[in-house]
Design a protein around this ligand. Structure first.
Ligand code: SF4
Ligand code: SF4
Length: 373
């Protein structure tokens, strides 16, 4: 495992972090619950391989992620850096105390204001949360205050300049490099930097190997490339991967332990391909999935946008169309296509990127629903 200083915190963090947002689920008494045995085995395997940063949040896995993480930390707590997040719509102190109980610990190493943006400055809970967090820090319940971020890149710098945060967690991957400048700024200001979404569970946040090879990039899989890409950026300290299977854990460990950074020629190939991405700012879907759970039609919005990016950016149109046509018909591709949208607009209320989802879905369907050639 490779390690790096985590900003000016004095801590050294493994370059791969365990994201606990997609723990394996099972069913018990007709309810979907975290498969604790499997999850704990996966987390322990990662710890044994040297992963020393684990991230969770109040709402992950229907609120069960923190409980499972707390159980997995038994016997490991002093060696592991624990990160979780405060949901801004809740009372601060009560929520923190609940989370400490769920995690069964007396302190949280990095406590994030969850998914904040420009609204943070005027939010009705701003003063309560900031005062409460600084007090909790004095009491030792929180070691560091941090924020996770979903807004326009320039807002990240504004938040960093508040001066109370020790680290930042943001989206960053091959398809979404919008926070690159913000990450550099964070590093310059001494903040630790963690990124999420380098490889989604089952979601390719990289590029298919066939495209990578065309660009002259050596890679075994899109997941490996996605992680290597993120780890090549010296302004990224820890890449969080939301792992759902032991296979993913093993693959990520192997990549994080052995990965050579991408060579200048490989990066050049990727940069050339991504330059086009930059010009397509109208479809900068980060894959955060905040929209899809609210869709009454079960439309797999981020997946559809990702396929559209494959068509637009990499020109792998046949592949994108095949994958699109499989949605809702192949057993491995659940959900519904864009043409089932009833234009209720609920998704757009939840999109931090302010994407005009309804219009984009129409364009996606018109392009992708044609027969593969
Ligand atoms: S506008 Fe369409 S995609 Fe968005 S929530 Fe409504 S039905 Fe779903
Ligand atoms: S459309 Fe918006 S809310 Fe939905 S996944 Fe993309 S960025 Fe997230």
């Amino acid at each position: 495992m490779q390690y790096t200083p985590f900003g000016h915190t004095g801590l050294h963090v493994s370059r791969l972090g365990f994201g606990s947002m997609r723990l394996p689920m099972t069913s018990a008494n007709g309810k979907s619950v975290v498969d604790e045995d499997q999850s704990i085995a996966m987390i322990h395997r990662a710890f044994e391989a040297g992963v020393n940063y684990i991230d969770t949040a109040f709402f992950y896995c229907d609120g069960l992620s923190e409980i499972t993480v707390g159980k997995a930390l038994k016997g490991w707590r002093e060696k592991i850096i624990l990160s979780t997040k405060f949901p801004f719509d809740k009372p601060f102190r009560e929520t923190l105390e609940t989370q400490l109980k769920k995690l069964d610990t007396d302190h949280i190493d990095f406590y994030h204001f969850h998914g904040i943006g420009d609204w943070f400055f005027t939010h009705e809970r701003h003063d309560e949360a900031v005062t409460g967090a600084l007090r909790a820090k004095e009491e030792g319940l929180i070691r560091h205050l941090s924020f996770s971020f979903h807004d326009k890149p320039q807002v990240m710098m504004k938040l960093i300049d508040v001066g109370i945060f020790s680290s930042v967690l943001c989206q960053y991957n091959l398809l979404d490099r919008s926070n690159e400048e913000g990450l550099a700024y964070a590093k310059e200001r001494g903040l630790g930097t963690a990124v999420m979404g380098p490889i989604g569970g089952g979601r390719i946040s990289g590029m298919p190997p066939v495209v990578a090879h065309r660009l002259g990039v050596r890679t075994k899989s899109s997941a490996e490339l996605a992680l290597r890409f993120v780890m090549t950026n010296p302004n990224v300290n820890v890449a969080l991967s939301g792992m759902s299977t032991m296979k993913q854990v093993e693959e990520n460990i192997e990549t994080a332990s052995n990965a050579a950074p991408l060579s200048p020629a490989e990066l050049e190939g990727i940069n050339a391909a991504m330059e086009e991405n930059r010009r397509m700012s109208e479809l900068y879907c980060t894959g955060c999935n905040y929209c899809a759970p609210h869709c009454p039609q079960g439309i797999v919005i981020p997946k559809i946008f990702q396929l559209m990016n494959y068509h637009r950016i990499y020109r792998i149109t046949d592949y994108a169309r095949e994958q699109y046509n499989a949605i809702g018909t192949a057993p491995w591709s659940k959900g519904h296509k864009a043409d089932e949208c009833i234009e209720c607009g609920v998704c757009e209320e939840h999109c931090p990127q302010k994407i005009e989802i309804r219009q984009q879905l129409k364009d996606c369907h018109a392009t992708l629903a044609m027969a593969s050639r």
